[in-house]
Design a protein around this ligand. Structure first.
Ligand code: FAD
Length: 569
């Protein structure tokens, strides 16, 4: 029997960090978004010596700022990108059924048709049939076309004026940050040295090109030279910046665009389904999506030239999203004061090729990914989407493996991530598993909503959180009244999910940052003090204050539009 992997803890991060300079790695992966985390896992599963460094937290970039959908890509039908739809549908099926049934859940969508609108009923019906066909008729359920009367029953607060009918079809929702985290942890469990809050600040070269990187530990400021046979740039919207660091003459490959979402209370909108529609402002496809007690609306899609770290929702973005949502749900009359929080992500889209894409709009830029070697010797991957992360990771791992075999005398093993569940994936059917965890939570007197949250966030590890509560009932108390997050999760995040800062805890482990009107600031001090006492953290009074300052700033940046300050809540 093999020994269980050491926990994915803050203490493990310190060990991994200390090991970075000690050997020549087969592959150094730069970037701990979904692309880098999944690539590191795939490479480590092949028996390679892999290090992954991430400048911030896992998923801190685009991978926690998406529309949170695992989707077949309905709108790629319009651009005849059938291969993309086929591949994405297969990945959606795999994630739902086997790889991450705790993180990925079926989501019914309505796509309404209005008289005189850009998409007719018959055209939509044909598209839906094709969508089902490209998933080999094995989507969650086949689509159904609903007449107006049935749409009114299903979605009573949807715009009625000119309603012709709607398509009811299925995609899936995902906790994007946790999907990324599961891959990072999977990489760690497969033997990779996974280090968050460690940024590449320069590259090491020899006559063959890039042979490693200078890495700065963003927690203590120290730098270390990390040698590697292959360096993989998986930095999403930062791809070109990294490429220029390796070779100042590298020509840009990306055409990044910014996408913003707003979160509002579900009761203000009243949508029961996810709604796909075209914005009356500019005709773009967008979504009104359910998220527990909330609804989020997205997304914008505008060219973005600034630093990805500084992308924020502007008042114009918020106004556009409110206008679009109000057109679909007129009774909602959403205003800026209804916006609980916002998030803005930068899509690492590949720029149009010179021969094909001049004049393409931001929305029309391809969502395909590409993998290429730079003349500097850096291996790059960019583009794509969360949904197909596993395929992207396999392809880039194949490229790295081929290089190691041909030029470095390293023979990678074989591994398939297609049938290897992600850490936390329950082995019993989802419905039974969730009912069991809800029941166990109720038996401890902590509320079924907490049980449901624990099952979805942690999968099988929910049992560990519950047994901590069994040992100390106070840990079952809610951190903020009205939200399902409990105190036991703080230690769990540090000991099993490598949370290292207050921001890591509240933004990407718990989602209080987005969901609580004050971002969880009311509990932030108690959280920071408790977190600071954990092994591998060890904050003194000054550091607790610094964590609180940084967190408060992050909250303020995502709230308060049109003079409305939501941070005092
Ligand atoms: P990132 O997640 O940005 O990861 C790159 C990482 O590199 C970052 O964490 C960054 O900190 C790190 N990094 C940068 N510089 C350095 C350095 N010097 N050293 C170390 N690390 C560094 N896809 C879907 O499938 N479904 C959706 O619903 C969906 N919705 C989307 C909505 C929006 C608004 C956007 C913007 C994208 C959406 N996508 C969606 C696409 C998907 O989110 C992205 O394709 C994906 O998250 C990109 O992941 P990545 O790992 O390539 O980049």
């Amino acid at each position: 029997m093999t020994a269980p992997a050491p926990a994915f803890s803050a203490a493990a991060r310190a060990r991994h960090r200390a090991s970075l300079g000690g050997e020549t790695w087969d592959v150094l992966v730069v970037g701990g978004g979904i692309t880098g985390a999944a690539a590191a896992r795939d490479l480590a599963l092949r028996g390679l010596r892999v290090a992954l460094v991430e400048a911030g937290d896992f998923a801190e970039g685009t991978s926690s700022r998406s529309s949170r959908l695992i989707h077949g890509g309905l709108r790629y039908l319009e651009t005849f990108e059938f291969g993309l739809v086929f591949e994405a549908s297969a990945e959606r099926r795999r994630l739902l059924s086997l790889l991450a049934p705790h993180l990925v859940h079926p989501l019914p969508f309505l796509f309404p048709v209005f008289r005189g609108g850009p998409v007719g009923y018959r055209k939509l019906q044909a598209g839906m049939w094709l969508y089902d066909a490209l998933s080999l008729f094995r989507n969650i359920a086949p689509h159904r076309m609903l007449p107006a009367a049935e749409v009114r029953r299903e979605e009573p607060r949807l715009r009625d004026d000119g309603l012709v009918g709607a398509a009811l079809y299925y995609d899936a929702s995902v906790d994007d940050a946790r999907l990324t985290l599961a891959n990072a942890r999977g990489a760690h469990e497969a033997g990779a040295a996974v280090v968050s809050h460690a940024a590449v600040v320069g590259f090491l070269h020899d006559e063959g090109g890039v042979r490693g990187a200078r890495v700065k530990d963003c927690l203590d400021g120290e730098t270390v030279d990390v040698r590697a046979r292959v360096v993989l740039n998986a930095t999403g919207p930062w791809t070109d910046a990294l490429r220029r660091l390796a070779d100042p003459g590298a020509k840009p490959r990306l055409r990044p665009t910014k996408g913003v979402h707003i979160l509002v209370p579900n009761e203000r909108v009243g949508n029961r389904h996810a709604i796909t529609f075209r914005s009356p402002v500019d005709g773009r496809v967008m979504f009104v999506l359910p998220w527990g007690a909330y609804t989020y609306v997205g997304t914008t899609d505008t060219d973005y030239a600034g630093s990805p770290s500084e992308a924020r929702a502007d008042p114009e973005d918020v106004a556009y999203l409110l206008t679009s949502a109000n057109a679909m749900f007129p009774a909602a009359r959403l205003v800026e004061a209804d916006v609980i929080s916002t998030w803005a992500g930068v899509r690492p889209l590949l720029g149009p090729r010179r021969d094909a894409g001049e004049g393409l709009s931001a929305s029309a830029t391809s969502r395909e990914h590409d993998i290429w070697w730079d003349r500097s010797g850096l291996l790059n991957i960019a583009g794509g989407k969360l949904t197909t992360y596993r395929v992207m990771a396999r392809q880039v791992a194949d490229r790295a493996a081929a290089e190691l075999r041909s030029h470095h005398d390293v023979e990678p093993g074989h591994a398939s991530t297609a049938d290897l569940p992600l850490p936390g994936a329950p082995s019993e059917p989802w419905k039974e598993f969730e009912a069991r965890i809800r029941g166990a939570a109720a038996a401890l007197g902590i509320g079924e909503d907490v049980g449901a949250h624990l099952a979805r966030a942690y999968g099988e590890d929910a049992e560990a959180v519950l047994s901590a509560i069994e040992g100390d009932r106070a840990l079952g108390g809610r951190i903020v009244e009205g939200h399902p997050y409990v105190w036991a999760e703080v230690a769990h995040a540090v000991r099993h999910e490598m949370a290292l800062t207050l921001d890591d805890l509240l933004v990407r482990r718990l989602h209080l940052f987005y969901e609580a009107p004050d971002g969880g600031l009311s509990a932030a001090r108690a959280l920071a003090e408790r977190m600071g006492r954990e092994e591998g953290i060890g904050w003194g009074t000054e550091e607790v204050e610094a964590q609180l300052r940084a967190y408060r700033e992050a909250v303020e940046e995502t709230r308060g539009f049109g003079g409305v300050d939501n941070t005092s809540g």
